[in-house]
Design a binder for this molecule. Structure first.
Ligand SMILES: O=C(O)[C@H]1NCC[C@@H]1O
Length: 379
């Protein structure tokens, strides 16, 4: 106890609850985070990112020595314009190694379980307004999660006692998803320094990607097409043709490429439904351990438009890692077509891994405690 008292004297304590979804961590910040200024969730997101003292908290929790290069965070925001108007139950800001994203599927799946299980009204003031409903398949509780991209409807299978049931998948329906690139994709030049191995290849390459939105914009490229080049996020964000496919119809803040997903469609020995294996790079070359739920939302309309998936048909999505751990794939299907895009249902499993209290010494005492990233430049 005395140790804790002296640790807390060092600086403010941030408390988190730790989960993983198919291997991808979600560090849910449940106490010690300051109230964000702004009238809307998008304004709060901008405030968090542009206010150095606040962004420092993200860096401290995502980067080493408290986090690692794959760490992901969810900052709960109980009061947003949509929770105040009764359209959502709670708000959230997602964060990663570089900043704040606009949607995150794996964290939504984890939050679904956590928000049902917590009864702490300081953490989730509207918890008492949720209902545990009984239906033919058992019980479930619905949560309306206000993410920066809009309201995400989450269905959490539960026990009769109202706790989340880890043996059944959490499902979510995100904002309408759509393909934003032209029918034949966007072709960009890849300079020779982005071709691996650098010295063996002097020629520049051209690659074609599809761009689609699932609460955030993703470029989708087949492993075959990408060949020996790096995931071209920087190039796509600067290419004028690609930029035209990264414009969000209503929100300027949403208009950026969040990730590049490399798709391996080679058939697998045993599969009951269509299956793809993905490797998703997002933010600053962060690698998603999970099959990337918001990219599933983005990909399903593309597959439907290309005639590879029917409305209502499930597709199973594995990450490069989840292939080794059966039962960790995500599934996605298009359930409705609206004027704004497709409503996609995504499902997956999340599990608890722990709870933490983080402290920080004064910067003059511990410069590395601010958070550092270990980046080894590739040859
Ligand atoms: O599941 C997702 O949507 C995500 N996981 C990390 C990167 C994306 O936000």
């Amino acid at each position: 106890m005395d140790v804790f008292r002296s640790l807390e004297a060092l600086a403010s304590t941030i408390k988190t609850l730790e989960m993983h979804t198919s291997g991808e961590p979600t560090r849910i910040i449940i106490a010690g985070y300051p109230t964000l200024e702004g009238n809307t969730l998008l304004e709060k997101r901008r405030y968090a990112s542009e206010t150095p003292e606040i962004d420092e908290i993200r860096k401290r929790l995502m980067h080493e020595p408290r986090g690692h290069e794959g760490m992901y965070g969810a900052i709960l925001v109980p009061e947003t314009e949509l929770t105040l108007s009764g359209q959502a139950d709670i708000g959230v800001l997602f964060c990663h190694n570089e900043g704040y994203s606009t949607m995150c599927g794996h964290a939504t799946i984890a939050l679904g379980r956590f928000l049902v299980d917590t009864h702490d009204i300081d953490v989730f003031p509207m918890r008492q307004t949720l209902h545990n409903r009984k239906h033919d398949e058992g019980f479930s509780t619905e949560i309306r999660l206000h993410a920066p991209c809009g309201v995400v409807y989450v269905t959490v299978p539960t026990t009769a006692a109202g706790l989340s049931d880890p043996t059944k998948p959490v499902q979510f329906r995100s904002v309408p998803s759509f393909v934003s690139s032209p029918k034949h994709g966007v072709t960009v030049d890849i300079p020779s320094h982005m071709i691996w191995p650098k010295l063996a290849e002097k020629q520049a390459a051209k690659i074609t990607v599809d761009i689609a939105y699932g609460g955030a914009f993703y470029a989708l490229v087949s492993a075959e097409e990408l060949g020996r080049t790096y995931p071209p996020s920087v190039i796509l964000n600067e290419d004028p043709e690609a930029r035209r496919s990264l414009i969000h119809p209503n929100e300027l803040d949403m208009g950026f490429l969040y990730g590049v997903t490399i798709i391996d469609t080679s058939p697998r020995p045993v599969q009951d439904e269509k299956t793809e294996t993905w490797l998703c790079f997002f933010a600053d070359e962060q690698i998603d351990r999970s099959p990337t739920g918001s990219c599933v939302s983005a990909h399903v309309p593309l597959a439907v438009q290309q005639g590879r998936l029917q409305m209502g048909e499930w597709c199973s999505y594995d990450s490069f890692l989840s292939t080794q751990y059966p039962g960790n794939a995500f599934r996605g299907r298009a359930v409705e077509r609206t004027e704004k895009g497709y409503i996609v249902e995504v499902e997956g499993y999340a599990h608890y891994t722990g709870a933490s209290s983080f402290v920080a010494s004064e910067k003059v005492v511990d410069r590395m405690g601010e958070g550092f990233e270990l980046k080894i430049p590739l040859l």
